[in-house]
Design a protein around this ligand. Structure first.
Ligand code: T46
Length: 136
């Protein structure tokens, strides 16, 4: 597993273009984010539950709440930080090697994820103790 700290995560302003027709935001792999986009997926119609609760060994991501809001808690095994996503032009970059929990989805939230890798269940660590043991 790649080792990262919460300081390697950051909220970014996604490029936006506006005119009298409204707004358009764009993310290009290797230009706006430090990876090629190999997959997109999105979470929606999420009830009052938490999601996530895993780390990725290699996968990097950009998370965007294209509507609604959600809290993303990232954890490097020592420190935690909560990022509140509530604007379609805010993106949270998460490198590999960090635990994440997704909480407090507001009604109608659509959480878009741009991912650096195709789906691979072996890239997930879903046991917190295993995650911490991998770090130390
Ligand atoms: C993440 C957060 C933000 C697939 O078959 N292909 C896929 O590409 C994905 C992402 C999921 N799935 C299947 C695997 C499970 O049976 O969809 C089901 C739900 O996935 P999961 O339990 O991993 O969902 P979350 O919300 O806990 O996590 C997802 C992503 O998996 C994860 O990478 O960071 O969203």
């Amino acid at each position: 597993m790649k080792h990262s700290t919460i300081h390697d995560c950051h909220l970014m302003d996604i490029r936006k273009y506006s005119d009298n027709r409204g707004y358009l935001s764009v993310v290009e792999g290797q230009t706006d984010i430090p990876f090629d986009i190999k997959r997109i997926y999105y979470l929606y119609m999420v009830p009052e539950v938490a999601r996530g609760a895993h780390a990725h060994k290699q996968l990097q991501q950009l998370l965007i709440a294209t509507s609604g809001s959600v809290d993303v808690i990232v954890d490097d095994g020592t420190n935690k930080q909560t990022f509140h996503l509530d604007r379609p032009w805010k993106g949270l970059y998460i490198p590999a090697g960090l635990w994440r929990d997704l909480e407090n989805f507001s009604g109608g939230t659509v959480l878009l994820c741009l991912a650096s890798e195709p789906y691979n269940p072996d890239d997930y660590i879903r046991d917190y103790n295993e995650f911490v043991n991998n770090i130390h």
